[in-house]
Design a protein around this ligand. Structure first.
Ligand code: ASP
Length: 440
């Protein structure tokens, strides 16, 4: 029988009611043999995520040498969950040990990891599945870098003879047994890694939304849900701010082309979004664009010099300046005698003057300036490469709204057109693009 790896996020683990719903979902399909869980998240908007409270414990430990008050809140949270679930689990002894070890190890990552640990202990008990500690199978080196291939081997052999298991997400361990974590939201990555190792035919990622929307619902009213999406499209959309899934979750599953299905724990009847390796022609024919995403907070370093295109090494010299100041850039559309480098404000902050001075020195431009207050909008869709006129639709939509395009960049894959516009126009621009393609 094929295997499904099912990962459940923080809201799915937030309280006993949600956990009971999760157990029901798992039991409905015998293929759901390996389950990965997050720490309990928010139950309501003002609530605290357990992971945030655990980081707060670490902070308390640094400042006061103890974290009893904050830990007591975590204790209450888990005790409440276990009591409401009415399971036979001595959660107090687990909590005592966790508190003791948090004091002992003095590590932010160890503290943060305990939410997933306890969550998985509880879930394993609820389901009657084997608990497998992520510390023993998800391999990091001593610097905290994840070791993908070693992990793949380890998970494979650890789960080979385990019929059904629950594994905590978000963390792993190094050779010395020290706990390391992924970046925030990393349980998505843990699930993907396990899906690859066990040769799953599906990686389900259960969250609290019905999958990806074709635009941010806070900006566009009732955007269409995305039924199918390719890994490549997801990567583009996620990079530009569509954050339903940790962007690094794609790498492990891409190797074996395992589809990811984003599902909603609180609306299991919805099909959600299916993320696949390749879209077939039929799928591509159905739509021009797949989605729109964007980010605020960019600047453009604009450089002009006549005969730039024939000056050997010009671009290299400019980029070497950025490298010297440890600044990474996003896009670099260029003309014959002009080049624009789009950089996130967070990268450039405080270094503007030195960068300008240095570039002036190395390439002696006719003109250089930094244009700030820029937002980027990515219009993504593999279907665009099949349909002429996509760029015209996009540019026409912005022109009709009298929105000035400060930069435009279409990758040669023709699946993503990025425009830079003034941040004041951001919401209006997204709506204009969305409406223009919605009628196609
Ligand atoms: N609990 C961790 C976080 O809040 C990891 C996760 O949920 O994926 O970031």
């Amino acid at each position: 029988m094929s295997i499904t790896v099912a990962k459940f996020g923080g809201t799915s683990m937030a309280d006993a009611k949600a956990i009971t719903q999760v157990a029901e979902i798992i039991k409905q399909d015998a293929k759901r043999r390996y389950v990965v869980v997050s720490a309990p998240g928010k139950r309501f908007s003002q609530d605290h995520k357990v992971t945030d409270m655990l980081y707060a414990c670490y902070h308390d430990l640094q400042i006061n040498g103890e974290c009893k008050d904050t830990f007591d809140k975590i204790r209450d949270r888990f005790k409440g969950i276990v009591a409401d679930l009415a399971i036979d689990l001595d959660i107090d002894s687990y909590l005592d040990k966790v508190e003791e070890e948090m004091n002992k190890y003095d590590s932010a990552e160890f503290c943060a990891s305990r939410g997933e640990y306890l969550s998985a202990v509880i879930m394993a008990k609820v389901l009657g599945y084997t608990f497998i500690d992520a510390k023993d199978i998800m391999v990091f080196n001593e610097n905290g870098d994840f070791q993908a291939e070693l992990t793949n081997e380890k998970v494979k052999s650890a789960l080979a003879n385990v019929e059904r298991a629950v594994v905590p997400g978000f963390y792993g361990g190094d050779e010395a047994g020290i706990v390391h974590t992924f970046s925030r939201g990393g349980s998505d990555v843990s699930g993907a890694v396990i899906a690859r190792a066990v040769g799953a035919s599906l990686y389900e990622n259960w969250t609290d939304v019905n999958g990806f929307m074709s635009a941010d619902p806070r900006i566009v009213e009732n955007p269409k849900p995305i039924a199918t999406l390719s890994y490549k499209e997801l990567r583009e959309l996620a990079y530009m701010g569509a954050n339903v899934l940790h962007p690094e979750s794609i790498f492990p599953v891409r190797i074996s082309k395992i589809p990811i299905n984003i599902r909603n724990t609180f609306c299991p009847a919805a099909d959600g979004t299916m993320i696949v390796a390749d879209l077939d022609e039929k799928e591509l024919g159905k739509r021009v664009i797949t989605g729109i995403a964007g980010k605020k907070g960019y600047s453009i370093v604009y450089i002009e010099k006549s005969m730039m295109n024939s000056e050997l090494g010009f671009v290299r010299k400019v980029l070497a300046v950025l490298e010297y100041y440890n600044i990474s850039f996003e896009h670099m559309p260029s003309g014959i005698d002009t080049m624009s480098i789009v950089i996130a404000d967070s990268e450039l902050a405080g270094k503007e003057d030195v960068v300008i001075e240095r570039i002036k020195k190395v390439v002696n431009p006719d003109h250089i300036e930094i244009k700030s207050g820029i937002s980027l909008i990515a219009t993504v869709g593999q279907g665009m490469s099949f349909k002429p006129g996509s760029a015209a639709t996009l540019i026409g939509a912005l022109a009709k709204e009298k929105i000035n395009i400060r930069m435009i960049d279409q990758g040669s894959s023709e699946m993503n057109i990025i425009v830079g516009i003034a941040t004041n126009d951001y919401e209006r621009a997204i709506n204009a693009i969305y409406q223009a393609f919605a009628s196609k």
